[in-house]
Write a protein that binds this ligand. Sequence first.
Ligand code: SF4
Length: 750
Amino acid sequence: MTDTTAPHEAPWRSTACILCAVNCGIEVRVEGRELAKIRGDRKHPGSLGYTCEKAFRLDHYQSGPHRLTTPLRRRADGTFEAIDWDTAITEVAARLAAVRDAHGGESIFYYGGGGQGNHLGGGHGAGLRAALGSVFTSNALAQEKTGEFWVDGQLFGRPRCHTSGDFEHAEVAVFVGKNPWQSHGFPRARVVLKALAADPERALIVIDPRRTETAAMADFHLQVKPGTDAWCLSALLAVLVEEDLVDHAWIDAHTRGFDALATHLKRIPIAAHCAVAGLDEALVRAVARRIGRAKSVSIFEDLGIQQNVNSTLDSYLEKLVYLLTGNFAKRGAMNIHSRFSRVSGGGGRGERRTPVTGERIITGLIPAAVIPDEILTDHPKRFRAMIVESANPAHSLPDSARMREALDALDCVVVIDVALTETARHAHYVLPAASQYEKWEAAFFNLEFPHNTFQLRPPLLEPLAGTLPEPEIHRRLVRALGAYTDEDLADLRAAAALGRGEFAMALMGAMAERPHLTQYAALVLYETLGPTLGAGREATAAVWGLAQTCFMAYPEAVQRAGHESGDALYEAIMAHPEGVTFTVDAYDETLRRLDTPDKRVNLAVPELLEALDALPAAPPPRDPQYPFVLAAGERRTSTANTIFRDPAWRKKDTHGALRVSPDDAARLGVADGGRVRVTTRRGHVEAVVEVSDTMLAGHVSLPNGLGLAHGDDPNVTLGAAPNELTSTTDRDPIAGTPWHKHVAARVEAL
Ligand code: SF4
């Protein structure tokens, strides 16, 4: 690409957008401490120069008034006082150690570890958890994706067998509870959607109660009544079986349990299920035929079903659609991708349960909705302390009031973040982190197939005075806790001074001789190999370690991407701040990555077939006190989670309007810009109205990311915080994922 930098201008520097999990590559011109100019980075191997409009506002994150510049300690009256770093580290270590010594390390709960673009700090946080004996963790995935992970485990052997769709090459793309025009979810989403919509040989299918931007482009829109996706998907599957649109040869070769599954699917009353979902049966049959006859189909399920009633059942049914039609392990279809590192706690076969409520822990994550119940109890195994890193559970998890109550009941809360968030306001200590553009950083949302990419981003700026990168915060805390000594590291430091080859040999020996160091692996690398990589680059030593494990896990795929060893992969990562392709997969690798004993997909999952059989043949009744279904937390052009705290970034929809159908607006007597009160069983908010013909009658929606305090007064917020309305008890019976997209609500004009 031609460098258009004039001599007097700052150079364009590669980094990434951190506002959603796609992490598009961007280039930035820095002026002073401002991200002055931003554009898509055509050199990024995944996004190829693509961005959406949000990336251009990133200076509101970097330079917003929310930045903290000193550690804070809460006074007895609830206000905060500034303290120096040495005091903060000493006191935090002592407070957490006291909890550990009195109640056991398992009473210290860790939440977060990174947002949409910052996972390097959380990787070092594993060392802090080890030093404290903390074993229970969670993050936002535990209110979004754990149901899907659990289904992956049932079908493919382990939850880590996560699939991704190849929408760029799919003949038919299906989006279930997903609006990629706004929420993206895969590279260059709008480009891919436009190509799909423009090609008469291909088809775009959307299952969603709202006529989203994606649905408006679709060839088929199954506009289900809110919360009836299970009826829609099961009717679709029943048609596939009834009309024999399934791929018997593929099923025979690669699956087991089809006959048992088919017995259940043949019992489904197709017409009745279509009626419950509010769908024309002929349209459902047309969609089934389009899917069944396509050469390739990719499907994306997202929060519209994953935070809804029957969410785990929905995930199962969605996956059966592509499995029964043989759309697995081939181009344009679904494949099990590689990963540079994992973002959750792993996926063993054994099942763990939470200490108080006994809920299922999936991929190492406590269900987000039960966290308050694990604290607000006199149970001896309750959580007594919480470390929150780059996360905001008091705003993002269901029932904010109860989450605040839980935080206030803890003996010690430590928050590591760039801002005094809604959660930090309930902390005993707040440790200010450097921003994502002030340190080496990376995201582990590497979910693509066959070309999977990873980007290690160099800092654009020095850390803001008074802040520290998270790896350094963890290092100081672990050292204050006395987890290991300089003596433990002496031989590794000496080997690192000789070179990475010598260091690799010494590391293997050290881990064998002193196995307790294994649990501090990222910090040991930070303290030994790190200093040899250059000042400020210590945290990249963990990336060197991950490059080795990535090569060991996928040697052929990494070599196909042009990296002959783990060390070569690390060299490429360091040489290409715009990102690298780290694996190039072959389609048959998807089948080899199955983790079932016989390498076959297990189609019949008894717990979910029971749930399927239990679907009633009539629509579930609504409580007349709460006649609306509220989708709490819709992704829009004007929303970006809570990463942007400064409302000035938002040019439209500044107050986060409640979307209401024209019929409902007329009934309520409100017009565009009118004000309403939204009441649920857990709370109420006021909102402005946007009358929208994209909504079905009886269905209303509020955006995510609103209701943040943005000035000195925590009570001054803009827009409605959706989780003031949601409940921890309305959750999936298997995965515990909350029903944010299906909240019983009452709406009244003000
Ligand atoms: S798609 Fe996501 S990562 Fe890319 S520019 Fe938009 S918000 Fe940022």
